[in-house]
Design a protein around this ligand. Sequence first.
Ligand code: MG
Length: 385
Amino acid sequence: MKPITIKSIKLYPIAMSLVETLKTSSGDEPFKTGVVVRLEADNGITGWGEASPEIAPGYNYETVGTALHIMSEFLVPVLLGETIESATEVPALFSRVRGHHMAKYSLEAAVWDALAKTNEMSLMQAFAAHLPKEHQPRGYANVGVSIGIKPSVEETLQVIEKRLGQGYGRIKLKIEPGWDVELARGVRKVYPDIVMMLDANSAYTLADTEHLKQLDEFNLLMIEQPLGHDDIYEHSKLQPQLNTPICLDESILSANDLRLALDLGACRILNLKPARVGGYTESLEIYKICAEQKLPLWIGGLMETGIGRSANLAFASLPAVTLPCDISATDRYYDPDLTEPPFVLGANSRISAPTAPGIGVEVQRDRLEAAAQRWTAEGVYKNYF
Ligand code: MG
């Protein structure tokens, strides 16, 4: 592998309008926010990465402000001037900074992109190069769609009909207490056979066990993160009482967390968000555990723009990612996106992973500048918290 030496890094805080906002049990966000990383190597190659913190510390403690602070003061200085042969070297360089996984992820992703471009590899090839030979990428990800909390079952059914019509093969519904059993029953009445799952975004407690047991009758693919956002232990108490597999999301921040969860029997499925675990290096460790233990795995999303979406699609094309991923087509989120061409849903609920070097899509600089100006102009912090 040809190495790169990192010459400069520029950070762009962004605010993007969404085609449709996604209401979850933790609320509604007016914009998609994030920080885009542009990394220049001394060979003239540009690498791109993207962090997906929200405006406020609601999903986790990271915000656009903390990501900018941690990156510009602590992480970027460590990278500048560094010669790197493999992006898997990056986590060790960041080891003096605890936490802040989204910030670390975005910089590591930019290094993956620049190195893959330097070596004329697609990101899916770059990831597969760190795995045993049998893990050759499929070239596409199996995907599904996530539907937020709607005012009524009827409105939810209308959205499901639309998404099924578009070709999505797996439907995920966001739930919260008071919007769960009746919703599932209402949907199953009309669609007894669709592949369906629920995501609670940690809205329940162990005291809700009897209530959650009622969901077993709806033949769900899984229920995602029903208990605490940082909990593994209580999920291990709940899982044996449910027939429905529990999928952990928010509380798995590392390969070690996953080992603990598996030892305790806290989940039967994993939702891996590379940003949540601090990058693709840690994601590859988690991937290997899932492959060894035959734990069903899928890749989640944080409403990434095309920059993060393309990298996640590349990862999702690896063969031990066995379940449909939350990586929908571009038109579901942005019009226009920051990158071209857009990702489109193909036959059999698949999206192709880019084959061109690196992220394999072109960042549109004028749109990036506009998204950065919007972050500044809207005073997003002041107005939306
Ligand atoms: Mg989730």
